[in-house]
Design a protein around this ligand. Structure first.
Ligand SMILES: CC(C)(COP(=O)(O)OP(=O)(O)OC[C@H]1O[C@@H](n2cnc3c(N)ncnc32)[C@H](O)[C@@H]1OP(=O)(O)O)[C@@H](O)C(=O)NCCC(=O)NCCS
Length: 91
């Protein structure tokens, strides 16, 4: 996700994330993982996922890999490593 520097810090990024979460819930997904800024996503309700026993497939620090539970406690019975589509292997 990116917001043009001219329009950053005006709430655009937060609005995009909230709308994305709203649509994701409508589609029936139970949780959303992100790899992103630890100063930005927690304000929107994301939490580091490792303490909940779900880890990133990439070698990144724990604080940048986060999860938002759309359905409360939806990760309670899940443990392991998130699998990304193959396109991400080339990034
Ligand atoms: C991260 C990004 C999408 C946020 O969009 P935005 O429209 O500026 O965000 P908002 O105005 O809704 O929220 C701003 C808040 O996020 C924080 N924030 C914004 N960019 C940040 C950054 N690069 N690092 C840390 N915190 C950041 C600000 O400190 C601000 O916090 P505050 O409300 O407590 O002052 C935008 O800064 C961006 O496009 N950055 C460059 C691209 C990028 O790094 N994308 C990867 C995102 S995972």
């Amino acid at each position: 996700m990116a917001v043009h520097p001219k329009f950053q810090n005006q709430g655009v990024g937060s609005a995009l994330v909230r709308e994305g979460l709203r649509r994701t819930e409508q589609l029936g997904f139970k949780h959303v993982f992100v790899m992103g800024h630890p100063n930005f996503y927690p304000k929107l309700g994301f939490k580091p996922s490792r303490p909940m026993w779900v880890e990133s497939p990439f070698s990144v620090s724990d604080e940048v890999f986060m999860v938002y539970e759309i359905q409360k406690d939806s990760l309670a019975e899940i443990k392991g490593k998130v699998k990304y589509p193959p396109a991400f292997d080339a990034v």
